[in-house]
Design a protein around this ligand. Sequence first.
Ligand SMILES: CC(C)(COP(=O)(O)OP(=O)(O)OC[C@H]1O[C@@H](n2cnc3c(N)ncnc32)[C@H](O)[C@@H]1OP(=O)(O)O)[C@@H](O)C(=O)NCCC(=O)NCCS
Length: 169
Amino acid sequence: MTVDDIPKVFHLGESLYSASKLPFLYRTWDPYEVAYLFSSETDLSIVAEIDNTIVGFCLSTTVEKPNKPWRYGYLIWLGVSTETQSRGIGKRLLNETSRRMKQKKVKFMLIDTEEGNVAAVKFFEKMGYEIRHRQVWMWRNFAKAKITEKTLKSSVEEVALRRHVRKAK
Ligand SMILES: CC(C)(COP(=O)(O)OP(=O)(O)OC[C@H]1O[C@@H](n2cnc3c(N)ncnc32)[C@H](O)[C@@H]1OP(=O)(O)O)[C@@H](O)C(=O)NCCC(=O)NCCS
């Protein structure tokens, strides 16, 4: 991957991680992360091309634990354009990433994705990965939270007013 590929990879990801199908991936995919991963993990940021057009990408990193002899590999983003899926491109990207990880003394590879992303889960299982843990992702809508705080504030004011009235009696 080169620096000129950053926007192309970002736009390809945008077309894959849709709000309706992959809501968590959609919300966390941003161009700065692509740029950050490329600059910090250049050799773990790879693309697949057909006729000079990027049709797939794989962005990953390694995690080191103090006092441990090995490293973890962490695949963060993987995508293959819809038109070229099921042609072995995802497999080649993952195999090349694994090869590079092994060169870096990585012992375990970690991957996460949404549970509802059945196609990706099946793909990773086919590639030898197994589900070890299920996570939940949570969110809070601050716009709605504001209403709650306002309601809370008015009920606090109401209590104070009642106390004041009682005192006055
Ligand atoms: C998941 C994804 C990367 C797979 O890429 P791909 O290029 O279509 O997959 P491949 O053609 O290399 O398939 C490799 C193997 O997985 C299997 N596979 C792929 N998708 C599958 C599916 N939906 N169901 C069952 N098996 C599947 C293939 O049959 C193939 O097996 P084989 O080696 O025995 O022939 C691609 O579908 C994609 O980009 N999805 C949207 C983005 C996404 O969800 N990314 C992952 C989370 S970051």
